[in-house]
Design a protein around this ligand. Structure first.
Ligand code: C5P
Length: 317
């Protein structure tokens, strides 16, 4: 049975938010013996957040709520659960925690929502249990949990290498995006497997090889000029995502027709990210896409926001 908030022996509950991510560029290298692909990718965190509140409990419990919670497991199939269990195991303690997860990031959408939840849970339990693990220690656990979890801890804009877990921060001005998704989801392993199939059949349509334009991209990010950045956005997973979800062609075409500077599939999809010139254009583009019957979800977001962070209680509360 969970301990109540008023139990004087319980530490106060901790709430942590963690952002969704998009990939501004994603170059996929060969399949490694461990089943992962060598990546070079530019991640950017956007201001669409899940939040996790943790409080002391007799045993590990997970409660899900929020607009995107439908169908998610509340057991070890959930990355937030696994994050709490892993941190407890490494700390040599019981995972005696109740996790309340509010899902706003669409699931299996190419936005690393599960990774955000894992990152938020690591930060929250580290604080709740008074473990005092520094960023480097949390980062090592994050990398064990998934390829994108380290970035969800870090946030901002970063180059990801290895399987995506080795990060180098990139300076970036503020960017305005629209995230748009048709109904449906894509499995990340299935999209990577489709890319491998396309490569084996010599059918991969190369968008841009090896992030050749990385220096140019880094420069465009520094200046924050969206028009310079627009032609440099590229995702090697896009042809595979389009093969598995051909309806995404319509989403991409709609965004471009409505004036986006550029549009691409985010990560393994099916969310598409559209670059806008400014906040106003992002708002009007999101409203127009939202009105499209083929679009389940469209919202303007700002890129480059911080990673998982504790919501400190206000002085009043
Ligand atoms: O690390 P994560 O659990 O997010 O990866 C999910 C799946 O995506 C992996 O099992 C693998 O099939 C694929 N993947 C990959 N190469 C990467 C990252 C993910 O093949 N660098």
């Amino acid at each position: 049975m969970p301990l109540s908030d008023s139990d004087s022996t319980s530490p106060a509950p901790i709430t942590v938010t963690a952002p969704a991510k998009i990939n501004l560029a994603l170059s996929v290298g060969p399949l490694r013996p461990d089943g992962f692909h060598e990546l070079r990718t530019v991640f950017q965190a956007v201001d669409l957040y899940d939040s996790v509140t943790v409080r002391a409990a007799a045993e590990l419990e997970l409660e899900l709520s929020g607009p995107e919670a439908t169908g998610l497991p509340a057991d070890p199939g959930n990355l937030a659960w696994r994050a709490a269990a892993l941190l407890a195991e490494r700390a040599g303690r019981k995972p005696a925690v109740r996790i309340e997860l509010v899902k706003r990031i669409p699931v299996a959408a190419g936005l690393a929502g599960g990774s955000a939840d894992a990152a938020a849970t690591l930060v929250a339990c580290n604080r709740l249990w008074g473990l005092g693990l520094a960023t480097r220690g949390l980062h090592a656990l994050a990398a064990e949990l998934g390829s994108d979890v380290a970035f969800a801890l870090h946030g901002g804009t970063a180059l990801g290498t290895g399987r995506g877990e080795t990060l180098t921060e990139l300076a970036a001005g503020q960017l305005h995006w629209v995230l748009a998704a048709a109904a449906g989801s894509l499995s990340t392993p299935a999209v990577y497997a489709e890319l491998d199939r396309q490569r084996a059949a010599g059918r991969e349509q190369h968008v841009r090889s090896g992030l050749a334009a990385l220096d140019e991209l880094a420069q465009a990010l520094r200046t924050g000029d969206p028009a310079t950045l627009a032609p440099l956005l590229a995702n090697d997973l896009q042809p595979a995502a389009l093969a598995l979800a051909p309806y995404l062609r319509d989403t991409l075409a709609a965004g471009r027709r409505l004036g986006a500077l550029a549009g691409l599939v985010s990560g393994s999809g099916p969310t598409c990210a559209f670059l806008a010139a400014d906040h106003e254009q992002a708002r009007s583009l999101a409203a127009a896409l939202d009105a499209d019957p083929g679009c389940r979800f469209a919202r303007p977001v700002v890129g480059g926001v911080p990673g998982a962070a504790v919501l400190e209680p206000t002085a009043a509360g």
